[in-house]
Design a protein around this ligand. Structure first.
Ligand code: Q9C
Ligand code: ZN
Length: 309
């Protein structure tokens, strides 16, 4: 299994006390190394604007970059969500996060290797023309489009178990039958989208979780609202938005999963990937803000993901 990351992803600084911080990647990388899981660490390349523009207009991306400060940090959103920040090192962290997914697609298709992208900033809240929720470029959406364009993949599924709804991913593919998007998320919670009535053109599958949801109930909803419809869709590749903030320890949400649950969640996804997708899976780090929960959960996720294609 390949792990993509890059020093530039550690350098993004969102301000003191911000939950999306470099220690997340530090603890993940240390946990992977001490886990004994066999991994091949690779440096994420910078994404090119041509590939990014499969999802976001270049004008919008340049607009984001033009707001990068020379010193200090600035927010790109209006109140009350003034927590999506740019710092002097942002450009390369954003481009490496997206670039990891593009390189991962090449590794998946050419070498038949599964990939985990240990990156920040995350991507699933980024809409076509709107940065939000700590996200600027929708890393997983760019990868989906790249697979379709470069490798002629017809049907891509995106499974999102981050505790927040991936409003960006849903918006990007809302009218697109070639991409299925399935998400479980606490509801109501930021960003407010993801009601089960939001179905796109029959390609969007939302499973809502009440605050306080525990493992057993989570698995029922994940199975019925996400796994079953994605199984019917028969994707050729499955991309995962892996957020670990549905963990009981997470400070940003109220779902009560344990670290081990992320092993079984991942196994469920692999079951359908093995049936329809030749086992082809790429996983993208999204959220997860308690360092202990995050490092334990990522290791569980990788234990399930590491099996050979
Ligand atoms: N008072 C991810 O997990 N917080 N993003 C808004 C408003 C935004 C989370 C708080 C949380 C974004 C990738
Ligand atoms: Zn999240």
């Amino acid at each position: 299994m390949i792990i993509y990351s890059h020093q530039d992803c550690f350098l993004k600084y969102n301000g003191d006390g911000h939950p999306e911080r470099k220690e997340r990647l530090v603890t993940i990388m240390n946990a992977i190394k001490t886990s004994g899981i066999q991994t091949d660490f690779k440096d994420a390349p910078l994404a090119d604007l041509d590939t990014i523009s499969l999802v976001h207009p270049v004008k919008h991306i340049n607009q984001i970059f033009s707001n990068i400060p020379r010193i200090g940090i600035v927010g790109v959103e209006k109140e009350p969500y003034a927590d999506t920040m740019l710092c002097p090192n942002s450009k390369n962290s954003i481009l490496r996060s997206c670039g990891s997914g593009i390189a991962a697609c090449d590794d998946l298709m050419k070498k038949n290797e599964r990939v985990f992208c240990a990156i920040r900033p995350p991507g699933h809240h980024a809409e076509t023309e709107r940065a939000n929720g700590f996200c600027f470029i929708n890393n997983i959406a760019v990868a989906a489009r790249y697979l379709q364009k470069k490798y002629n993949i017809k049907k891509v599924a995106i499974i999102d178990f981050d505790v927040h709804h991936g409003n960006g991913t849903q918006e990007i593919f809302y009218n697109d039958r070639s991409v299925a998007y399935g998400s479980t998320h606490e509801f109501p919670l930021f960003p407010g989208t993801g009601a089960e009535s939001e179905k796109g053109v029959g390609n969007i599958f939302n499973g809502t979780l009440k605050a306080g949801t525990k493992s057993k109930e989570f698995f029922e909803i994940f199975e019925n609202k996400v796994i079953k419809p994605i199984d019917k869709f028969k994707p050729e590749v499955i991309l995962i938005s892996s957020g670990f903030d549905a963990h009981i320890r997470d400070p940003l949400a109220n779902i009560n999963l344990t670290s081990k649950d992320f092993f079984y969640i991942t196994k469920k996804i692999l079951e359908i990937a093995n049936i329809h997708s030749k086992g082809r899976v790429i996983s993208f780090l999204e959220g997860g803000y308690d360092l202990t929960a995050l490092s334990e959960s990522v290791v569980e996720h990788l234990k399930a993901l590491k099996t050979h294609i």
